[in-house]
Write a protein that binds this ligand. Structure first.
Ligand code: G
Ligand code: G
Ligand code: MN
Ligand code: NA
Length: 252
C-alpha cells in the first residue's frame, strides 16, 4: 500500500525516478558496446527502492506506462546531452512491460519523446520477455512495426527460463537474445544447457548477450560458446549515469 503511494508520487515527480546503467561488453575488443537502463525509485522515507520490488506493483496498479515514458525520456536526454561520449554505444536498452506493448498509444507516445529530444531512434532498444508476447494483440504488432521502422531493436530478455518458447524465437524478429543469468550461473553444473542454447541461437543467426556473468570461470565458458556480448557483476553492476559516462570517456 505504501509502495503504491510512492509510485503515484514518482509519476508526478520525475526527480524521484533514477536510472542506473549496466555496461554490456564486447568480447572482441573488451569495450563497452551497449548498456541496459534499470530503474530505481528514491523515496525520502523508504530510500532507494529496486525494480524487483516496485515493477510488479506498478504493473498491477496500471502505473507502468507513465514510468516507462519517464525512463525513456531520461535515457533520451542522456543520449542527447552526451552525444559525443555515447557515440560509441550501439544502443541503450530499456525493459518494457506487457502493458506498454499492448497499449494502442505506446509507439505514438514514445516516438513523440524521441522526436522532442531529437535522439537518433536507433540508439534505443527494447528488452521484452517472452511472456509479453503470449497474448499478442493487434497493438503489440502495430507498436512493434512502428518501432522497427524507426530502427529500434528488440532484445528477447531472460531466455532460458520459463517456457522459452521456441516458436517465439523463430517467429519474432529479435535482433538479440539475452541468456538469463540462471543459465550462466548453472553452467558449472549444467554445461550442456548452455551449449545447447548457445548452439541453437548461433544456428538461428541471433546475436547473444550472456547476462549475470560473475566469475572468470563463467566468462570462459560463455566465451567458449562464441557468445560475443557479456553483462554481469564480473565487469560491473548497474551504475549511475556519471560513472557510465566516465568509463565511456576513458573508453574503459
Ligand atoms: O535491479 P533488479 O534486479 O531489482 O531488477 C529486477 C527486474 O526489474 C529485472 O527483471 C528488470 O528487467 C526489471 N526492470 C528494471 N528496470 C525496469 C524498467 O525500467 N521497466 C521495467 N518494466 N522493468 C524494469
Ligand atoms: O530481468 P533482467 O535481465 O532485466 O534483470 C536485470 C537485473 O539483473 C538487474 O537488476 C541487475 O542488477 C541484475 N544483474 C545484472 N548482472 C548481474 C550479475 O552478474 N549477478 C546477479 N546476481 N544479478 C545481476
Ligand atoms: Mn533486462
Ligand atoms: Na534477464
Amino acid at each position: 500500500l505504501d509502495i503504491l503511494s510512492v509510485l503515484r508520487k514518482a509519476v508526478r515527480d520525475e526527480s524521484m525516478v533514477k536510472v542506473h546503467y549496466q555496461p554490456i561488453i564486447d568480447m572482441q575488443d573488451h569495450h563497452i558496446i551497449a548498456a541496459e537502463a534499470l530503474m530505481r525509485i528514491e523515496d525520502e522515507r523508504l530510500g532507494m527502492i529496486s525494480p524487483g520490488e516496485f515493477i510488479p506493483a506498478a504493473e498491477m496498479a496500471g502505473l507502468i506506462s507513465p514510468l516507462t515514458e519517464i525512463i525513456i525520456r531520461k535515457v533520451c536526454t542522456l543520449l542527447k546531452t552526451h552525444e559525443q561520449q555515447t557515440s560509441h554505444l550501439s544502443h541503450i536498452s530499456i525493459n518494457i512491460s506487457a502493458d506498454d506493448l499492448n497499449s494502442s498509444e505506446f509507439a505514438h507516445r514514445i516516438l513523440d519523446v524521441i522526436e522532442q529530444t531529437r535522439v537518433d531512434a536507433r540508439k534505443l532498444s527494447f528488452e521484452v520477455t517472452e511472456s509479453v508476447l503470449l497474448s499478442p494483440s493487434d497493438s503489440v504488432q502495430k507498436n512493434w512495426n512502428a518501432f522497427s521502422e524507426r530502427g529500434i531493436h528488440f532484445l528477447l530478455d531472460d531466455f532460458g527460463t520459463g517456457y522459452s518458447n521456441l516458436e517465439t524465437l523463430v517467429s519474432k524478429p529479435f535482433d538479440f537474445v539475452k541468456l538469463d543469468r540462471s543459465v550462466v550461473s548453472n553452467a558449472t553444473n549444467n554445461y550442456e544447457l548452455l551449449v545447447l542454447i548457445a548452439g541453437m541461437l548461433k544456428y538461428l543467426g541471433k546475436s547473444m548477450v550472456a547476462e549475470g556473468v560473475e566469475t572468470e570461470e563463467q566468462l570462459q565458458m560463455v566465451k567458449g560458446q562464441g557468445i560475443q556480448f557479456v553483462q554481469g557483476y564480473y565487469f560491473s553492476k548497474p551504475v549511475p549515469e556519471a560513472q557510465l559516462l566516465a568509463w565511456l570517456s576513458g573508453n574503459l
